[in-house]
Design a protein around this ligand. Structure first.
Ligand code: NAD
Length: 483
């Protein structure tokens, strides 16, 4: 089979990288190579940054209406190429095709559509002292910014950064994960078709140590918006902090889900399956520590295990498949090593715990059965470290204070869910839990205007709505005295 050659998109054109090597991109569901990715070098980054710098003066002064029309047209292009994009996403990542098609690609389009309107609506404050002076705030585009995204929700998270950066008037050099390069490459052509001027968005392909490092270290980059692992976030931070550059970090999580005896049992059970194992547990917002009140613990455990054992796992192209493969052989080994660690730490595997081998074209793929563990101490490594796979741990509690203590016993602080019909309890917990996002009786409900991000080791800053527009602009106060 002819392998697709992944190219950079610079100054509105697809270019071969002046690469420092190549990576073979493997479809993890079949374990077959599908494309070759260049490891773009300093020279490629320089070229992309130069194109962005040249495009910046015209883009930042373009009328809001014209910018709105272009970003909105990109959303249209994504929607009209949804099938092609969804297939590319699934082939790169092993996730079910229905998931790519019904959720992820539409959400990428809605990111562009939402921030297209934000470019029309964004406004700044004024502070008026009657008879004396008036201050007004200019919020100006930063210049050339870098957007770096991970493999788990490729186009969705890529567009979540790029769209606000462009809407605020910046030019962008963006890098997708080396494990999911294809939809990012396809986006280039869609931007051209939508009328985005050359150089406004440049997409460079490659790995973290060479391409990603060169991008964040480039002296002309004014800000970096990064989503990925906490360890990578630390590295990037250490490069940017001494240069006082703006940095937004969306990092890992170890999300608590607190289930009270008085929850709406059937709804909670349904959502529990979804929040634990969607996208093979590879969503930063998936629950991983399921903290259950003792009155429903045994019943819920039994029903949950039964439901999870019915999940159809296998070929991502089969419309009945609910779980596909994990992202790679290497990631499969990492997840399996955590299951082994859980055993050593005294955990009991209630279901799963092993790989899965489907029949047919996916027999060589990297599948792991959805795994539920109980009997682990809240402070053990399995309950403290991010696994980022289809593995969750059940932890019982008696009192609300215990639940809060267990939930907060984590270096992370991304997202929590609380399941109770007692609104007083829910409000109290929402105040007490140390995460950037709290969902009550729901999970992954999305409103693009809300702040998105985590505390502590889960990141720095917030994305979404005005938070993103503010991150991608510099505020300047102007004071006029007239007294
Ligand atoms: P990763 O940190 O390995 O890679 C993320 C991106 O950073 C990739 O594009 C990679 O090439 C690049 N990169 C790696 N090293 C770099 C360096 N030194 N300099 C610059 N760029 C570099 O993460 P991953 O494995 O792709 O993604 C999984 C992680 O992402 C998990 O920890 C998950 O929780 C996290 N995540 C967080 C959120 C969130 O919103 N908080 C969302 C999705 C995923």
């Amino acid at each position: 089979m002819q392998l697709l050659k992944i190219k950079n998109y610079i100054n509105g054109q697809y270019l071969e990288a002046q690469s420092e090597g190549e990576i073979l991109n493997i479809n993890p569901a079949t374990n077959e190579p599908i494309s070759i990715i260049p490891i773009s070098s300093n020279a490629d980054i320089n070229q992309a940054v130069s194109a962005a710098t040249a495009a910046f003066p015209a883009w930042k002064t373009m009328s809001h209406d014209a910018r709105f029309r272009i970003l909105n047209a990109i959303a249209d292009q994504i929607e009209s190429h949804a099938q092609q994009l969804a297939e590319a996403e699934t082939n790169d990542t092993g996730k079910p095709l229905w998931l790519s098609k019904s959720i992820e690609i539409p959400r990428a389009a809605s990111n562009f559509r939402f921030f297209a309107t934000a470019s029309m609506q964004f406004a700044s404050e004024s502070h008026y002292n009657p008879g004396q002076n008036i201050n007004f705030t200019l919020r100006q585009a930063l210049g050339v910014v870098a957007c770096i995204s991970p493999w788990n929700l490729p186009l969705y998270l890529f567009s979540w950064k790029i769209a606000p950066a462009l809407a605020a008037g910046n030019c962008v050099v963006a890098k997708p994960s080396e494990l999911s390069p294809t939809t990012a490459m396809l986006l280039g052509d869609l931007c051209t078709k939508a009328g985005l001027p050359p150089g406004v968005l440049n997409i460079v392909q490659g790995d973290g140590p060479t391409t990603g490092s060169a991008l964040v270290s480039h002296p002309s980059i004014k800000a970096v918006s990064f989503t990925g692992g906490t360890a990578t976030g630390k590295k990037i931070s250490s490069i940017l902090a001494p240069q006082f550059k703006k940095l937004s970090l969306e990092l890992g999580g170890k999300n608590p889900c607190i289930l009270f005896d008085d929850c709406d049992y059937e709804k909670t059970l349904n959502e529990l399956v979804r929040l634990s194992f969607s996208n093979q547990g590879q969503i930063c917002l998936c629950g991983s520590r399921i903290i259950i009140q003792s009155g429903i613990y045994d019943r819920l455990k039994k029903d949950f295990v039964k439901r999870v054992e019915q999940i159809k796992i296998g070929d991502p192209l089969d419309p009945d498949t609910r779980m596909g493969s994990v992202i790679s052989e290497q990631h499969k080994q990492k997840v399996l090593s955590y299951i082994e660690l859980a055993r050593q730490e005294g955990g009991k595997i209630l279901t799963g715990g092993t790989t899965h081998t489907p029949q047919g074209r996916c027999s060589q793929g990297h599948f792991i059965l959805p795994t539920i563990i109980e009997g682990l101490s809240p402070s053990c490594r399995t309950n403290q470290e991010e696994i980022f796979g289809p593995v969750i741990s059940l932890i019982p509690f008696d009192t609300m204070d215990q639940a809060i203590q267990i939930a907060n016993e984590s270096p992370y602080g991304l997202a929590a869910t609380i399941w109770t019909q007692d609104l007083k309890k829910a409000h109290h917990l929402a105040e007490q839990i140390n995460t950037g996002i709290v969902w009550i009786n729901c999970w992954l409900v999305r409103d693009l205007r809300t702040p998105f991000g985590g505390m502590n080791q889960s990141g720095l800053g917030r994305e979404g709505g005005w938070e993103a527009m503010k991150f991608f602009t510099e505020s300047k106060n102007v004071c006029i005295q007239y007294s």
